[in-house]
Design a protein around this ligand. Structure first.
Ligand code: ADP
Ligand code: MG
Length: 690
């Protein structure tokens, strides 16, 4: 047995009771505690003296409790306060409405307080973090006189307790840690060994060591993630059970030559790559990124025709019924001249019609099948699927991606997204895909001018909209929600629709569209909007993706602070699709700094990538990173923005390891294999990676 798998119970000072408490923190073995890393440190090698302490700064002060009392203010607030004296002066530690704090302290005891120092009529720290020291605490104690680790706790265990256990575990066991990284790899990247890293993560000898340890831990996280991705990518790459298409002569090329416009460089490049991918017997796994309106549909159409002319079926899936419908119409028009049978598996079909479509798909009478992701549900059986195109990839999980490969043949897969993915994120979540980026928009589009205005300008905005409509243009007005709630003053689409229709734009046609409508209703409204029978379309975010009405030149977004940056960018992509000058008006009086930054980013940039990068910075990598949900190794310490350079190193090394040793069979890589297998067993199965 691996010594690190020893139960935590056998560490000195733990026992059955403590070990139950620890298991609530997920700590069951020695290995668990070694990797239960602090989230913060206190530098107690240098306590601040009260006489030097600057109000407004974070301080750690050590001293003796000279006085304590519970008070009650006239307004009924309970206050517990103690006075700490360190010989140079006195500081008050104050707790509101926690009278029981009293029992944790004694007069004459030595304590440490940590927190933000405030100056009122006296120096004071509100709700400080605290630790009671033993009277005989030595200077070489693990609790004072050094940089001290602070852990996340449960109620039943104190910092000191956990710190002692972790110290004990480290001194007994850290030498048994095996380093998964080969020595040369470590040297190349100036990484400390794992034993050093773990020891110094818990009990750093100094700042410098802590930094080195931290860098190593982050590298490991990224390295494991990238190795998982490299394995996954490699598995797909080396498969030769994909569909080999004959490329370069048929309908698909004819289609490109017959287009009424010249392809942009980005489109040309994407198509070139798709030719190579689809012409090979290795399954294609390509993501095409292009901002809204960059012309991804043409690229998809090319690929679909290519599979059809080779006698296979092509599927195109969109995240919503409206979009699927729109794709269906677009493709039907594009392929009018060709002998291609396109079907749409709409949700609203009656059972008989649905059965017919399913039968056409099964028997191979349908060449191209358009639908929502319902297409990959079990009831749909393809005769010979050669290509699946998934539009707006970000709405689909990897799970669904994998589903498509369940059949005996592995179809080519083309993912398309209009959500620009910053490089760092692309390297991670989509690190197993090949990527094409369409950078430019087709020429001849009008500019979009974005304004951020206060609610008080409402009258002027309405006048402006009226002017645009009188010029023949159409307008979107978007609200964050459909119905108002009593608790907030956020404007709601339903109510505002009435207001606009009955009062403000009485003489114009104002309609409402939202996500809770039946597909048929939505469809009919979109058709009328397209035919210019509607001047002002009030909506919720249902129009976020894909809607293409070039005559709509103006968009108003109400309570714009309620939307994410990427979402705002997607919304704005609905305008600026024709040759007219377009206007995006963001209404917001939001006082927060984040809202302020978001809205400024929107007025300053039209570049989706720049906006996505900004979004990532503002939101932090937390949930968009979503590795958990993708079944990939989790990243806890690394931050893909702050630590981008480490991510690049880790990616390079991981991909190089896998390219030389695709199954991690070499002796020097056996620990990498071990860690991957052990830690990510369930979510990430080494034997059968998607
Ligand atoms: P998206 O990338 O958002 O899916 P679309 O494929 O819907 O963009 O393209 C938007 C519009 O631009 C469509 O009307 C399409 O016909 C047109 N288009 C695509 N490529 C070009 C091009 N190279 N030159 C001019 N117009 C183009
Ligand atoms: Mg599109």
């Amino acid at each position: 047995m691996n010594r690190l798998d020893t139960s935590i119970q056998y560490i000195k000072g733990v026992g059955p009771q403590r070990s139950r408490t620890l298991s609530k923190l997920g700590i069951k073995t020695v290995s668990d505690i070694l990797y239960y890393l602090p989230f913060r440190y206190e530098d107690r090698s240098n306590f601040t003296t009260v006489s030097d302490a600057r109000p407004g700064s974070l301080v750690t002060i050590k001293g003796v409790v000279t006085k304590m009392q519970n008070l009650r203010t006239r307004s009924g607030i309970n206050i517990f306060q103690l006075v700490l004296d360190d010989g140079t002066g006195r500081v008050y530690g104050v707790w509101f409405n926690q009278p029981y704090m009293r029992k944790f302290f004694k007069v004459q005891e030595k304590i440490v307080l940590y927190g933000k120092l405030e100056r009122y009529d006296k120096l004071q720290i509100n709700h400080p973090q605290y630790e009671v020291l033993k009277p005989d605490e030595k200077e070489d104690s693990i609790h004072v006189g050094r940089i001290v680790p602070m852990y996340h706790l449960t109620q039943d265990i104190a910092q000191r307790g956990l710190r002692s256990i972790s110290h004990q575990a480290i001194s007994e066991y850290s030498r048994y840690l095996v380093d998964m990284l080969p020595t040369k790899l470590r040297a190349r990247n100036r990484l400390v060994d794992i034993n050093f890293a773990i020891r110094n993560m818990h009990f750093p000898a100094n700042e410098e060591n802590l930094k080195k340890a931290h860098r190593r831990i982050i590298f490991d996280e990224f390295f494991l993630l990238q190795t998982a991705l490299a394995l996954k990518k490699n598995r797909v790459k080396t498969k030769s059970d994909g569909v080999r298409h004959v490329v370069g002569k048929g309908l698909a090329e004819e289609f490109i030559r017959g287009l009424p416009f010249e392809l942009t460089d980005g489109q040309k490049d994407a198509i070139e790559k798709i030719r190579a991918d689809m012409g090979s017997s290795r399954p294609m796994n390509r993501l095409v990124q292009g901002d809204v309106g960059s012309g991804k549909t043409v690229v998809a159409a090319y690929a679909l025709l290519l599979t059809a002319e080779n006698g296979y079926q092509g599927a195109l899936m969109a995240p919503t019924e409206i979009l699927a419908e729109q794709h269906y119409v677009t493709l039907s028009n594009m392929f009018m001249k060709h002998d291609i049978n396109i079907v749409m598996l709409a949700q609203g079909l009656d059972p008989k019609a649905r059965a017919d479509v399913l039968d056409d798909i099964k028997k191979g009478r349908a060449d191209i099948i358009v639908g929502t992701h319902a297409l990959i549900q079990e009831s749909v059986e393809f005769k010979n699927l050669g290509l699946a195109v998934i539009d707006e990839q970000h709405k689909f999980g990897v799970y669904q991606r994998a589903r498509l490969q369940d059949g005996q043949r592995v179809p080519d897969i083309l993912l398309m997204t209009a959500t620009p993915i910053p490089r760092t994120l692309a390297m991670t979540v989509y690190g197993d895909l090949d990527m094409s980026v369409i950078k430019e928009l087709p020429p001849g589009r009008g500019d979009i001018i974005t304004y951020w205005v206060s609610d008080s300008k409402r009258e002027r905005i309405y006048n402006f909209l009226r002017e645009e409509v009188s010029k023949g243009r159409q307008v979107y007005i978007v609200y964050p929600r459909l119905e108002e709630s009593a608790a907030s003053d956020i404007k709601a689409a339903k109510f505002m629709h009435e207001e606009l229709k009955e009062r403000i734009f009485k003489d114009l046609t104002v309609e409402l569209i939202h996500g809770k409508m039946r597909p048929r209703e939505k469809e009919s409204i979109m058709k009328r909007f397209k035919k210019r029978e509607i001047s002002i379309l009030v909506s919720t975010v249902v129009i976020e993706v894909g809607i293409d009405v070039p005559n709509a030149s103006t968009m108003v977004v109400e309570n714009a602070e309620r939307f994410g940056l990427s979402q705002l960018h997607q919304l704005r992509g609905r305008i600026g699709r024709g040759q007219h000058e377009s206007y995006c008006i963001l209404i917001s009086d939001a006082p927060t700094e984040v809202a302020h930054k978001r809205l400024s980013a929107m007025t300053e940039s039209e570049d989706g990538f720049q906006i996505a990068e900004e979004d990532l910075k503002l939101r932090g990598p937390g949930d968009i990173f979503g590795t958990r949900q993708h079944g990939l190794p989790e990243v806890r310490f690394g931050n893909i923005i702050r630590d981008m350079d480490i991510m690049e190193l880790a990616r390079k090394e991981a991909f190089s390891v896998i390219s030389f040793d695709p199954d991690l069979k070499n002796r020097e890589n056996r620990f990498i294999r071990g860690v991957l297998g052990r830690r990510f067993n369930t979510a990430f199965n080494m034997a059968g990676v998607g």
